[in-house]
Design a protein around this ligand. Structure first.
Ligand SMILES: C[S@@+](CC[C@H](N)C(=O)[O-])C[C@H]1O[C@@H](n2cnc3c(N)ncnc32)[C@H](O)[C@@H]1O
Length: 274
C-alpha cells in the first residue's frame, strides 16, 4: 500500500489502533481488504491521510463504531446465490436417503445474522424429498452481535433489503416466517433445527463427522497466512463423502483439489472424497 505524504505509520498505524481499540482481529484479514475499507471511511470523513484518520478515530467514538461496522463483513441474505440452493436440493435429498445414517449434520460456518442456516432449515422443510426431522444444523460465527441477531430471527425489509423477495425460492414462505408489514419473524419450527454457537474458524479447529459444511464468503477476506489452516479445519470437519459449499467466488486451494470433487462446479458444491 503506497503511503500518502506525511503519512507516518500509514495504514498499519490505523490497523494497530483498531486492534487495541475495538473488538476486531485485523490480523486474519488481507491488507488489500482492510485498506479498501479504511480508505472508504477516510473518504467519508475527509481525512487527508492515515495519520489524520487515526486522530479522528482517537477522539470520535462514533467513527470507531462506523469503522468496526465497515470492517465486519456481515453481508448475507436468505437464499443468497439462488442457483446454489437449487443445486443443493438433490444433495440434501441424497443425504437424507442414505441408509444407516442417524441424521444429517450440517455446519453453517460462518452464519452471520442467521439467514444462511435458516435458509437451509426452510429448504429442508420445503422440499418433499427431504425429511427435515433428520436435519440438524450447527451455526457459528465469531461475532456475538451477529449471533444475537441470528438467535432472534427477526428481519426487516428496508430500502436495500427485500426479505419477501429473498424468500421467493420457497413454495410457501408463510409456513416458515410470520410477517407483519415489513417485519419477518422466523417460526419456532424453523429455529428448532439450529443451534447457534460462538466460534472462531481460525482458532477453534475442526468439528467432526459433518455431512455438509457451508463456508461461504469468508475465505475471500482471509489473509493467505490463515487460509490454509482454515481450509484444513473445513476438511477435517467433514466425514468422507460429505459435502462442502463455498461462496460463489471462492475455490478449493490447489493443494487440496484431489480431495474435493466438484458436484456442481458453478455453485461451488464439492464432495470430500476422503
Ligand atoms: C460475509 S458474512 C458470510 C455469511 C454467510 N456465510 C453468507 O455467505 O451469506 C462473513 C461472516 O464471517 C464472520 N467471521 C469473520 N471472521 C471469522 C472467524 N475467524 N471465525 C468465524 N466467523 C468469522 C463475520 O462475523 C461475518 O458474520
Amino acid at each position: 500500500m503506497s503511503r500518502a505524504r506525511g503519512d507516518g505509520d500509514g495504514l498499519q498505524g490505523v490497523i494497530d489502533f483498531v486492534e487495541d481499540a475495538v473488538p476486531f482481529e485485523p490480523g486474519y484479514y488481507n491488507e488489500a481488504y482492510l485498506g479498501r475499507r479504511v480508505a472508504a471511511r477516510m473518504q467519508r470523513r475527509d481525512a487527508d491521510d492515515h495519520d489524520d484518520y487515526r486522530r479522528i478515530l482517537e477522539r470520535d467514538d462514533d467513527e470507531r463504531e462506523a469503522l468496526l461496522d465497515a470492517l465486519t463483513i456481515n453481508v448475507t441474505g436468505f437464499f443468497r446465490d439462488p442457483d446454489m440452493w437449487a443445486d443443493l436440493r438433490p444433495v440434501l435429498r441424497e443425504l437424507c436417503e442414505e441408509n444407516g445414517r442417524a441424521g444429517v449434520d450440517v455446519w453453517s460456518a460462518p452464519c452471520a445474522d442467521g439467514r444462511e442456516p435458516y435458509s437451509l432449515s426452510m429448504l429442508a422443510a420445503d422440499d418433499r424429498g427431504v425429511d427435515e426431522r433428520r436435519v440438524r444444523i450447527t451455526a457459528i460465527d465469531i461475532s456475538e452481535e451477529a449471533l444475537a441477531a441470528a438467535r432472534a430471527g427477526v428481519y426487516e425489509t428496508t430500502r436495500t433489503t427485500n426479505i419477501g423477495e429473498e424468500l421467493s425460492p420457497l413454495s410457501d414462505p408463510t409456513a416458515y416466517v410470520e410477517q407483519e408489514e415489513d417485519v419477518f419473524r422466523v417460526r419456532e419450527s424453523v429455529k428448532s433445527r439450529i443451534e447457534f454457537e460462538q466460534y472462531d474458524l481460525v482458532r477453534d479447529g475442526p468439528k467432526a463427522d459433518m455431512d455438509l459444511v457451508f463456508c461461504r464468503n469468508l475465505l475471500i477476506y482471509i489473509d493467505t497466512e490463515y487460509k490454509g489452516r482454515l481450509f484444513e479445519t473445513l476438511r477435517d470437519s467433514l466425514r468422507p463423502g460429505g459435502y462442502l459449499v463455498l461462496g460463489k467466488t471462492e475455490t478449493v486451494p490447489p493443494g487440496m483439489r484431489e480431495e474435493f470433487e466438484p458436484v456442481a462446479k458453478r455453485s461451488r458444491i464439492y464432495r470430500y472424497t476422503g
